[in-house]
Design a protein around this ligand. Structure first.
Ligand code: FEO
Length: 172
């Protein structure tokens, strides 16, 4: 990117670089959830598959929100390369535990960009990320609630099918 273009941006260069990292992370999340949807379909968890298809779409929307923000602020969004998508899970519990683990990483990453933007006095980026901070609270809460439901239901006997049926409560 030419220096003059970087100078005319309404956000800081360091913020843009971190936001490009976040674009990649959201795209990666979208791909992971698509792989989870595939696993759920193949293993008979059809409601959970629907849940993950929807999550995959949402993550792509998150990616595009950041992509468009970089365009609006005169930056250069980078279309991410995605690889190393795990398709192998040991159980439906493993799928949801991995989801929570991933969402916690996303939250940490967003908080780090907010902290950096604050340090740089980049108010535009800091304000833009407000929505993402609250979205992460909601997403983590959803997955924690599903894991609580799994624990209460139990995975013995018809438990697994009941778990899958109940996931419908978290599909908006
Ligand atoms: Fe967009 Fe669930 O992170």
């Amino acid at each position: 990117m030419k220096d003059i273009a970087r100078q005319s941006m309404s956000i800081k260069v360091e913020s843009m670089d971190m936001l490009n990292g976040q674009i990649k992370m959201e795209a990666h999340a979208s791909a992971i959830y698509l792989a989870m949807a595939s696993w759920c379909e193949q293993n008979g968890f059809f409601t959970s598959a629907k849940f993950f298809f929807k999550q995959a779409e949402e993550e792509r929307e998150h990616m595009m929100k950041i992509f468009n923000f970089l365009i609006d602020t005169g930056g250069s969004p980078i279309s991410p390369e995605i690889s190393n998508i795990n398709h192998d899970y040991s159980s439906i519990v493993d799928v949801f535990e991995s989801t929570l683990e991933h969402e916690v990483k996303v939250t940490t990453s967003i908080h780090n960009i907010v902290k950096k933007a604050r340090e740089l006095g980049d108010i535009t980026t800091e304000r833009f990320l407000d929505w993402f901070v609250m979205e992460q609270v909601e997403e983590e809460n959803t997955i924690r609630d599903i894991l609580d439901m799994i624990e209460v239901t139990g995975t013995e006997g018809v438990g697994l099918q009941m778990i899958d049926n109940q996931v419908a409560n978290w599909i908006e």
